[in-house]
Design a protein around this ligand. Structure first.
Ligand code: SAM
Length: 231
């Protein structure tokens, strides 16, 4: 299990965001694509707690995580609702879907040689998240960390014609992966350049629903920036 992402607080928050920002808005049998399924627990838990007629197509590069997810999916008879590929979404032919969802790799570091290289989010932590916002899905739910250059993501989303439809914030303590000295020291440097925001042991994790621009819709981008840069 050591090489599978493990942070129950974060995974539970992601599950709640999936339920409140995505599943409750799904009308008919919508299709959802997920980047980085991990052990599958967030989607599995949210499917068990909600009525959802569609299919979630997950992508997970870590083979151990993918195997664990599949055995839990089997156990709960969700094989027709949650199908995970052991591959990278960016390199696959991307399935059509109304929603793209992810708790993406967002750790900033000088390079990917960290405890879990698949959690590397580029030098500023926002690279994978911003790439997900370039895939042209109509609705995108992503978790964004306040120490991963949040403004770059909000700006990138705007440039790709997304507005912030809704968001939820969780104050989170630096955990096992973000406390690794190589990562933590890099985050400190980013803070000096106003690219990382945290206070003592705490940072903010936001569950953000982006939606391609719609006329007359309210864009909460400014409010999100204010909160994420307030620490
Ligand atoms: C922060 S973890 C989230 C896991 C799970 N969704 C959760 O919230 O518990 C990010 C996951 O993305 C996976 N990942 C990283 N790069 C990937 C890629 N290019 N394609 C697919 N999965 C990737 C990692 O292996 C890891 O399991």
């Amino acid at each position: 299990m050591k090489d599978i992402f493990f942070c129950p607080e974060e995974s539970n928050f992601y599950a709640n965001c999936i339920e409140n920002l995505v599943l409750r808005n799904c009308e008919q049998s919508e299709s959802i694509v997920e980047f980085g399924s991990g052990d599958g627990s967030p989607v599995i838990n949210s499917l068990l707690r909600n009525k959802f007629d569609g299919v979630v197509h997950g992508f997970e590069l870590n083979t151990s995580a993918w195997k664990t997810a599949n055995s839990t999916i089997d156990e709960y008879n969700l094989t027709t609702k949650y199908i995970i590929n052991n591959s990278c979404l960016f390199q696959a032919s991307q399935p059509k879907a109304k929603y793209l969802i992810a708790n993406p790799p967002y750790l900033p570091a000088p390079d990917a040689d960290i405890y879990m290289p698949l959690l590397f989010g580029g030098m500023d932590g926002a690279t994978v998240t911003n790439d997900l916002l370039s895939l042209d899905y109509e609705n995108v739910l992503v978790l964004i960390s306040s120490f991963s250059h949040p403004q770059s993501t909000i700006t990138h989303a705007k440039e790709h014609e997304y507005m912030v439809k809704n968001f939820v914030i969780l104050p989170l303590k630096f955990g096992y992966y973000s406390s690794e000295p190589k990562v933590k020291n890099h985050i400190e440097k980013l803070r000096n350049h106003h690219m990382a925001f945290y206070s003592g042991e705490y940072y903010f994790l936001a569950g953000v629903l982006f939606q391609k621009n719609q006329e007359n819709a309210v864009d909460l981008g400014r409010e999100l920036t204010q909160v994420m840069t307030s620490l």
